[in-house]
Design a binder for this molecule. Structure first.
Ligand SMILES: [Zn+2]
Length: 179
């Protein structure tokens, strides 16, 4: 068996990704006719005593769920948007080592908005204080899509799956997350 988990990207009615599920669930959806397999894994199969199953790695369901971003961001959404990188020095860190920075400081009227918040390491946040710095490693804009599952799970699958998935991840998402 090749390395990597067998996971399946789930697309909505408009072919936009909104979830990632284990292969067992993907095969069940296909078997029950509740999902249409769009892509199968090019080499891996699941074998039972009686037959071999192709494994869907992209499946489309009849849902209108989406990853469209609505409303104000949460701290975690900003981290995801910025790819867990400090906007000022580019250092990549874990969420518990990161902070949120107001580009225009609160004291100067800066608000909690997609356009004014960036991911920041503690060191830069401490040094920046009430100054305004240019975030060189982040684009403080509201992303059209935000798909946290993808960031979390894309490293668990093998290269073949990842290459197929990339065709279904909107460019705007890829750009905003600097993947
Ligand atoms: Zn920094």
């Amino acid at each position: 068996m090749a390395k990597g988990e067998l996971l399946c990207l789930v697309l909505n009615k408009s072919f936009l990704p909104f979830d990632i599920i284990p292969w067992q669930k993907a095969i069940t959806l296909e078997f029950l006719g509740r999902g249409l397999a769009v892509e199968y894994h090019p080499t891996r199969k699941i074998k039972s005593a009686r037959r071999e199953w192709d494994v869907p790695i992209v499946i489309k369901v009849n849902s209108i769920r989406s990853t469209l971003v609505q409303g104000p961001p949460t701290r975690m959404m900003i981290y995801y948007r910025d790819g867990f990188k400090c906007a000022y020095c580019g250092k990549m860190l874990k969420d518990n080592e990161l902070t949120i920075d107001h580009v225009v400081p609160k004291a100067k009227g800066g608000k909690w908005t997609w356009e004014n918040l960036v991911t920041c390491c503690r060191e830069c946040n401490f040094r920046k204080k009430e100054e305004i710095w240019i975030p060189r490693f982040a684009t403080p804009a509201k992303p059209k899509f935000l798909f946290p599952q993808y960031i979390r799970l894309k490293e668990s699958v093998d290269g073949k799956t990842k290459r197929v998935w990339e065709k279904y991840i909107p460019q705007s998402l890829v750009r905003s997350l600097a993947l």
